[in-house]
Ligand binder design. Structure first.
Ligand code: ADP
Length: 485
């Protein structure tokens, strides 16, 4: 019988995105469908979805979902992805019709717990309402962390779910969904059963991430290296002990990428397509990027470094900015696209302003520019402090844009140091400006050895990080869980 998976995520490409989770939630379900899984997605009907160019049909006017003492009647809308995966949106003007997904730069929305309780409980209510009883509920990040707890608490009496298991996937330990303990009642989880150190209590508060880790039947994270790292104090962000306890059901499965979207052969955003056999288009893309970012034309023959990133302390901007003058002194160009906190955006602009002509900067979330940087740059920098999986290094490989990464998380699992023959990029270990600088020096020197550089580019362009392999790993996991239930 077909395996049924309810895929609950706060972000899904193309509907709503703030980071890599959205890419994953947009491409893993179609890959699972190709393997024969009956997978359906549930996500919030944010304002951005409402205002986006997506058609959806209202399939239910009122899906009653209790949030504390209140009953929220969410409207259910349905659409299909291009690959025909059903997507259910939960609509609540009161909770989801906001300018942003989670909050503004001033802070998170005060009622995020209620908002994502609606997503989590609403998903279970929807499954019952549709009579779509999943073998697996696949939950993503803290926003869905109460689902495993709900199934072990208030929903245990629902015999429909007797054979339903949960997978909880951690995309980033840095987002923990911590709230004051008084908020717990809104989730419907009984305080006595769940608010204790072995439960979702976290330093006197509640943590929805911890809830997912403690109550998920299986926990996954997005790369083998990150699965190990998060069990240590340096990367566990206080949850390393909890994760060690669940070590027997904790798996690292590397994310894949969508080569329909990130592929220089068919990228609609770039001036000229290219591939590993015929790379001449890349030169045109570089020239176009230099024009667009108003860099000196001489950079055509020099190494051009690119960065596309959320502006977050995770991403290594502190070590990068401390050596920016030395990077430019190596006779390079730099194109930077960063989005996030407007204060950080402004500070970044100020820091690089004195290098006009050498550094080009884009701010805000700009997907077409991200594609043009991928295609136009020669080198791609990811000096992250930590990186659960990272997608941009895999995109960069496909575009022949050689990654320079810190050896952490998925960056460590996907990039192998080039030894003149084998390898696809450059890796450094210590989180220090000097390590980053040395590695950039090495890369920039090699850039001028044209034949070797071509070999390095080709090694990367030949890599295959498509979703099919990772989706098969998830399927194996789902199937083994189903057998055990
Ligand atoms: P994270 O999830 O931590 O943000 P990932 O590397 O997993 O990091 O995913 C980042 C995704 O977001 C990539 O698809 C990248 O291209 C995109 N991205 C990041 N910043 C921007 C931006 N300013 N404009 C457009 N896309 C961006």
């Amino acid at each position: 019988m077909e395996l049924k998976v309810l895929f609950v995520s706060p972000e899904v490409v193309p509907f709503a995105k703030s980071g890599g989770l959205a890419d994953v939630a947009g491409s893993l379900p179609p890959a699972l469908k190709r393997l024969g899984v009956d997978v359906r997605i549930v996500m919030p009907f944010y304002r951005s979805v409402k205002e986006g160019d997506f058609k959806s049909n209202v399939t239910k006017e009122k899906l009653a979902t209790p949030i504390g003492k209140q009953m929220i009647n969410a409207r259910v809308r349905e659409t299909r992805t291009l690959e025909d995966v059903p997507v259910y949106f939960l609509e609540s003007e009161e909770l989801f019709d906001r300018p942003n997904l989670y909050g503004s730069y001033v802070g998170d929305y005060y009622d995020n717990l209620e908002r994502f309780t609606l997503l989590s409980r609403g998903a279970l209510e929807l499954a019952l309402d549709l009579n779509f009883i999943p073998d697996i509920v696949h939950c993503h990040d803290w926003q869905t962390g109460i689902i495993p707890a709900l199934l072990k608490g208030p929903y245990i009496s629902k015999t429909e779910f007797a054979h339903t298991s949960t997978v909880f996937t951690i995309h980033n330990m840095g987002y923990q969904g911590n709230f004051p303990k008084e908020k717990l009642t809104a989730t419907g989880l009984p305080v006595a059963d769940f608010f204790h150190p072995e439960g979702l209590e976290y330093w006197g508060n509640i943590s929805l991430l911890k809830s997912g880790i403690v109550y998920g039947d299986v926990i996954t994270t997005v790369s083998p290296t990150y699965a190990q790292e998060i069990q240590t104090p340096d990367y566990g962000m206080g949850m390393e002990g909890v994760l060690q306890k669940r070590n027997d059901v904790l798996f690292g499965i590397l994310n894949g990428i969508d080569y329909n979207v990130w592929n220089p052969e068919k990228d609609k955003h770039i001036i000229m397509s290219y591939n590993n056999k015929k790379k001449s288009g890349k030169k045109k893309c570089k020239e176009a990027l230099i024009r667009e970012m108003k860099l000196e034309t001489a950079i055509k023959g020099k190494p051009l470094l690119g960065i596309i990133s959320r502006l977050d302390s995770q991403k290594g901007f502190d070590i990068l900015l401390s050596i920016i003058d030395k990077i430019i002194a190596m006779d390079t160009g730099l194109v930077l696209l960063g989005s996030g906190d407007p204060v950080m955006e402004k500070a970044l602009k100020e820091a690089v302003n004195k290098f006009k002509g050498k550094i080009g900067i884009g701010t805000g979330f700009n997907d077409p520019l991200a594609h043009r940087i991928m295609a136009g740059a020669d080198l791609f920098l990811i000096p992250s402090r930590y990186e659960p999986c990272g997608l941009t290094q895999m995109y960069a490989l496909k575009y022949g844009t050689v990654p320079i990464v810190r050896a952490t998380g998925g960056l460590n699992d996907t990039i192998n140091d080039f030894d003149g023959e084998k390898g696809n990029g450059f890796k450094f270990h210590g989180y220090e400006p000097s390590s980053l600088l040395k590695t950039i020096e090495k890369a920039v020197t090699l850039f001028h050895s044209k034949a070797t550089w071509k070999k390095l580019m080709s090694n990367g362009m030949k890599e295959d990080f498509s979703w099919d392999r990772s989706a098969r790993r998830y399927l194996e996991l789902y199937e083994s869980m189903k057998r055990q239930k």
